[in-house]
Design a protein around this ligand. Structure first.
Ligand code: UDP
Length: 373
């Protein structure tokens, strides 16, 4: 029987951070396994050979955080390309800023109407405030009610039905609340203090995190296939918690993406890095990667995301689906997990949480502090 001190299942962001801490802070050996053939989980990126453009294989990842601890931690492993993300959505055929803000308002409505709505928003909520669309929809004021219905329909409804298969109100408010209506002229997608992309790509950063010789990585290795041949003192599991328990309480649903990458024979195709299509086409958004690291080529690469349900063996899990029923089922699995000794569930799939990258790192760092010697 093979023996390891720490077994980590999944070579994504949560797994690698725990591995790095255990190796560098405790001097312990770590084995990370992953059933895919590459490191990094869904933050994996690669340079396209022909153009030299860095492409995110699992869709756009733009790092942003207010958490200095997380920023400083990752900064040990990468130089950063400082970059403030900008996203547009096509509404009635024109590109407007997302989050929908005062500039967007003035783009889509006639001047007098836009001014009236702007004044009402500031009066009711205050300048520089962020209002989730589902909250704005509760407005009693006739004009604000009109605005809320307009934004709900033009920005959120079609996009969310494509992305999740359900309407915004059928998901936890935090989902559409990630992109609130913003009573401001700040045209950035995020307002966080630190916003950047690893200068040499995420995969290079992951390689650096894994550099400690105490860390061993085995790819193309499924936990199911080796679990009876290996003994471990601790297990950190970043796969899906329902799969760990053989779905015995039922399946937790996830959304997946079918991402089409197209190479275009022009220097730039889009006006900016990301365009959302709430009401047109079958894809939700298109992302032009050369904008991310300001890479130069006479060609360009754009991805188109077609959301779909996760199906075992067919595609990958990308997103947990935050709603009450799923949370209840997850909690039942969590109760079973608590009965296990020295087994920790981590990451988006282990915690069934719609984590951003910084939250993933923060929760792995926090868990590490609590792991008994
Ligand atoms: N959303 C939307 N329209 C948009 C942008 C976002 O309806 O133009 C909603 C949609 O439900 C989406 C959620 O807000 O899934 C979160 O968006 P975010 O950009 O954070 O998604 P991610 O980048 O995590 O896929």
């Amino acid at each position: 029987m093979r023996k390891v001190k720490n077994l980590i299942v999944g070579c994504g962001l949560s797994g690698i951070v725990l591995a790095e801490r255990l190796a560098s802070r405790r001097g312990e050996e770590v084995l990370i396994i992953d059933r895919r053939n590459h490191i990094g989980g869904n933050i994996y990126d690669y340079k396209d050979k022909e153009t030299g453009i860095t492409v995110h294989q699992y869709g756009p990842h733009v790092f942003h955080t207010n958490d200095k601890k997380v920023w400083d931690y990752l900064s040990q492993f990468t130089e950063w390309h400082r970059f403030m993300y900008r996203v547009k959505a096509v509404i009635d055929g024109i590109e407007v800023n997302i989050p929908f803000n005062l500039d967007s308002l003035h783009k889509v409505f006639p001047k007098d109407m836009a001014e009236k709505l702007e004044n009402k928003l500031i009066e009711k909520f205050g300048f520089n405030k962020k209002i989730p669309i589902l909250e704005l929809r509760q407005s009693k004021d006739k004009d604000l009610e009109f605005l809320a219905e307009y934004v709900y329909k033009k920005v959120f409804l079609g996009y969310t039905v494509k992305q999740w298969g359900v309407k915004p109100e059928d998901l936890d408010v935090s989902v559409s609340g990630r992109v609130p209506v913003y009573i401001s002229r700040d045209n950035r997608y995020f307002q966080d203090t630190y916003q950047a992309i690893p200068q040499n790509g995420y995969t290079k950063m992951v390689e650096n995190i894994l550099k400690n010789p105490l860390i061993k990585v085995e790819l193309d290795t499924d936990f199911k296939d080796i679990k009876n041949q290996i003994e471990y003192e601790r297990l950190f599991f970043s796969g899906a918690i329902d799969e760990y328990f053989n779905y015995e309480l039922g399946r937790l649903p996830y959304r997946s993406l079918d991402i089409e990458f197209r190479k275009h024979n022009c220097e730039y195709l889009q006006s900016g890095p990301q365009i959302n299509f709430p009401e047109n086409y079958d894809y939700t958004r298109s992302v032009e990667y050369k904008y991310y690291l300001d890479e130069k080529s006479n060609k360009t690469i754009v991805s188109y995301e077609y959301p779909c349900p996760y199906e075992e063996g067919k595609n990958e899990r990308y997103y947990p689906i935050p709603d009450d029923d799923n949370q209840k089922l997850y909690n039942q699995y969590l109760n079973k997990a608590k009965e296990l000794k020295n087994v920790y569930f981590i990451g988006r799939l282990g915690d069934y949480k719609y984590y951003n990258m910084d939250q993933t790192v923060a929760s792995a760092l926090e868990l590490f502090e609590g792991v008994k010697k």
